[in-house]
Design a binder for this molecule. Structure first.
Ligand code: C2E
Ligand code: MG
Ligand code: MG
Length: 668
């Protein structure tokens, strides 16, 4: 078996445990053993021969003692053979000759060492001493078998040559027959015994090799199994990217590097736009495939920036990358958007005019004010992502600390909203809505107000988006409906109250049920409520939203479309939902001073009227605007001309005044 095959076998031993392991046959195992043994022998050849030569030369002393008359020759022979053997071996090592040739050199050194000493020794005058001294020949036999680790055949050949020489010399050296018989038998015994021990030793070495091999395989398997388990626990099974746990650890490393040595980095959150819709339309399998495509494309793209990518949640990915300037992170964020866009994965049923899969991207960069908490950078990227979605999606935003939605003020508001209901910081004011034909206030719109602990009021344009982003809107929304029912509707102060409802509330499971509970508890009929829906950030027309709206309608609640004309998908909303009333945004009325603005308003009115919805125009502030509304035949109006938002008590008082005579009569 050649070296090439042996190295292939060695690779087999290191093979992954989960690949079916090649079972090694006896021949292959032997071949592998020989390869390993060869390597060991190669390492041992030099020290072995040097030690052997040193001992061989030391025996010069016994030459001087036992055969002094020929000692000069034997010693010269010893030096000649010893030094030649060493020189040859060193030259061979230098030229990198095969291990077999090193063995042959050592074996040759044994034979020539023996012959080189023996020839001058037998010339000695004292034949008795020579005959006794010859016994030392067995040492050469032993060293061939036991001192050097030649392969078995070479050991046998070497020791057989020595045995033969011993016999020849024994035959010719003058001695008694008894001597010849005894030493002849001794030589054979020595040969047999050392060869046998050598053979046993070789077998033992092979067994040790097998045990070590088995242990190595088991160790490799255990290590690989451990590694595979670790990989599994850190990998997202769908996309093969790192999972949240792994990426969180990486984030910690990046963060520590930044804190300790100031290596700045960026965090990028990526959200697949309208993914829920994609799943609804094409099914979950297609949805999975879409995520895999996006993941593969992004992980290929991120390599050039030396960043890490992971799956952070359902359709959300995260990228971490070290960089020096924050402009670089925006480049990556934009490259992410275009990478996904270039995939051109069809997504035809999204309602924003785009028909392919896109992503919204929010990025944040380490900055001195990021503070000591590592979650902060993710939080900032999340805010940027929110703004990217608000900006129409398929775009990238970098967290901007000067943006009001990103400011610490917004953080304070988020904290304030948590305690707002408990601390009575939130309240409702009501703005009258007038019926144009009857000139009567038929309804009021509930508008939420928030004040800080020191009494300063926070405008809805600031706190409503924060409440939507943090989810506080859910509790606040329920609170508003309950308050409207209790303050105005339960005691018949007003006929109808419209309440602004965020799409986030509509898509939260159980919203319609919670409204039904409130109606039941306060004893108010659903027909007394109208819900105003604005296409906010969550304008994706969720099937959950449609289901919720139909449940609310079953309760008798009217659904109004608020701020019509300013949203992103207004017309498709009109097509999907049968709104009772459409509120035309005040900007259209305020543009009416120009003929084109007036024509625009007229067109919108025609469009809405043709679809059979009642029309309410917002922002009526002047007599002229009022007259225009009559001219256009609008159903309802709202604005400072009719009345400014006022607390519940002002509506309760009016009703009370109107009710009083009736009440007096009744009590009488
Ligand atoms: P909106 O629902 O369109 O409410 C009408 C806004 O226009 C109110 O502002 C109101 O004060 C203002 N307004 C009314 N008449 C006039 C007018 O003649 N001229 C001008 N210039 N403005 C007028 P407000 O109270 O600041 O509310 C702003 C927005 O905040 C609301 O717009 C609504 O989208 C949101 N909002 C208010 N309360 C709630 C709530 O309870 N829940 C939710 N989800 N959103 C709310
Ligand atoms: Mg409104
Ligand atoms: Mg409005």
């Amino acid at each position: 078996m050649n070296e090439h095959v042996s190295s292939a076998l060695a690779d087999t031993v290191d093979a992954e445990p989960y690949e079916p392991r090649y079972e090694l046959g006896a021949d292959e195992l032997r071949a592998l053993y020989r390869t390993e043994a060869r390597a060991t022998r190669r390492g041992e050849a030099r020290p072995g021969l040097w030690i052997a030569v040193a001992i061989y030369l030391l025996f010069s002393a016994t030459d001087l003692l036992l055969i002094p008359d020929v000692a000069a020759y034997t010693i010269t022979a010893r030096f000649a053979v010893g030094l030649s053997a060493l020189l040859i071996l060193e030259a061979q090592l230098r030229h990198g000759v095969g291990t077999e040739w090193l063995d042959v050199t050592c074996a040759g050194a044994i034979i020539f060492g023996y012959v080189g000493w023996l020839c001058p020794a037998i010339m000695g005058a004292d034949k008795e001493s020579v005959s006794y001294y010859m016994v030392f020949g067995t040492i050469f036999m032993m060293s061939a078998n036991l001192f050097f680790t030649f392969n078995f055949k070479l050991s046998i050949v070497t020791s057989t040559i020595i045995l033969c020489i011993l016999y020849i010399v024994n035959y010719f050296v003058p001695s008694t027959l008894i001597y010849k018989m005894v030493f002849g038998a001794f030589y054979v015994s020595c040969f047999t015994f050392t060869s046998y021990v050598n053979w046993k030793l070789n077998e033992e070495r092979y067994n040790v090799f097998l045990n070590a091999l088995e242990a190595k395989i088991q160790h490799n398997e255990a290590t690989e199994r451990g590694k595979a388990l670790l990989r599994l626990s850190r990998t997202d099974p769908l996309t093969g990217l790192e999972n949240r746990r792994a990426i969180d650890e990486k984030l910690r490393d990046y963060w520590n590097d930044w804190q300790k040595v100031g290596t700045s980095f960026g965090a990028i959150l990526i959200d697949v736009d309208f993914f829920k819709k994609f799943n609804d339309c094409y099914g979950h399998q297609e949805g999975d495939r879409c995520l895999i495509h996006v993941a593969n494309a992004l992980s290929d793209m991120i390599k050039q920036y030396n960043g890490s990518i992971g799956r952070y949640g359902g359709e959300e990915f995260i990228v971490l990358a070290r960089m020096e300037k924050k402009e670089q992170i925006l480049d990556i964020a934009e490259a992410i958007c275009s990478t996904v866009e270039n995939l051109a994965l069809t997504h035809e049923l999204r309602r924003d005019g785009v028909s392919i899969v896109t992503v919204s991207v929010g990025a944040a960069f380490t900055r001195t004010q990021t503070g000591a908490k590592l979650e902060k950078i993710i939080h900032e990227a999340d805010r940027a992502l929110y703004l990217a979605k608000a900006g129409g999606r398929n775009c990238a935003r970098l967290f901007d600390p000067t943006d009001p939605q990103s400011s610490d003020e917004s953080e304070n508001i988020a904290a304030l909203l948590k305690i707002a209901i408990g601390q009575n910081l939130v309240s409702l004011v009501y703005q009258p809505i007038q019926d144009v034909k009857s000139d009567r206030v038929e309804a009021v719109e509930a508008l939420m107000r928030l004040k800080m602990l020191d009494g300063t009021s926070v405008p809805p344009s600031l706190f409503i988006p924060v409440a939507e982003r943090t989810g506080a809107i859910l509790e606040l929304g329920r609170w508003a409906i309950r308050t409207v029912c209790a303050e105005l509707l339960a005691d018949d102060h007003v006929r109808v109250v419209s309440v602004n409802v965020s799409p986030i509330q509509l898509k939260t499971p159980g919203f319609a049920t919670s409204v039904a509970t409130i109606l039941g508890e306060t004893g108010v009929a659903g027909s007394r409520l109208a819900f105003e829906i604005t296409e906010g950030l969550e304008m994706e027309m969720h099937s959950d939203i449609l289901r919720c709206i139909s449940d609310l309608k079953l309760l008798g609640i009217k659904i109004w479309l608020d701020d019509f004309g300013t949203g992103f998908a207004g017309l498709s909303w009109l097509r999907l939902i049968d709104f009772d009333t459409v509120k035309i945004d005040r900007s259209f009325l305020h543009d009416c001073s120009s003929p084109s603005g007036k024509a625009m308003l007229q067109d919108i009115i025609t469009l809405v009227r043709n679809r059979g919805h009642k029309i309410l125009v917002e922002g009526v502030e002047t007599d002229e605007q009022m007259a225009l509304m009559r001219e256009f035949g609008i159903d309802k109006i709202q604005g400072f001309h009719v009345g400014r938002p006022a607390p519940a008590v002002s509506f309760q008082a009016k009703r009370a005044m109107r009710k009083r005579p009736f009440a007096v009569l009744k009590s009488a």
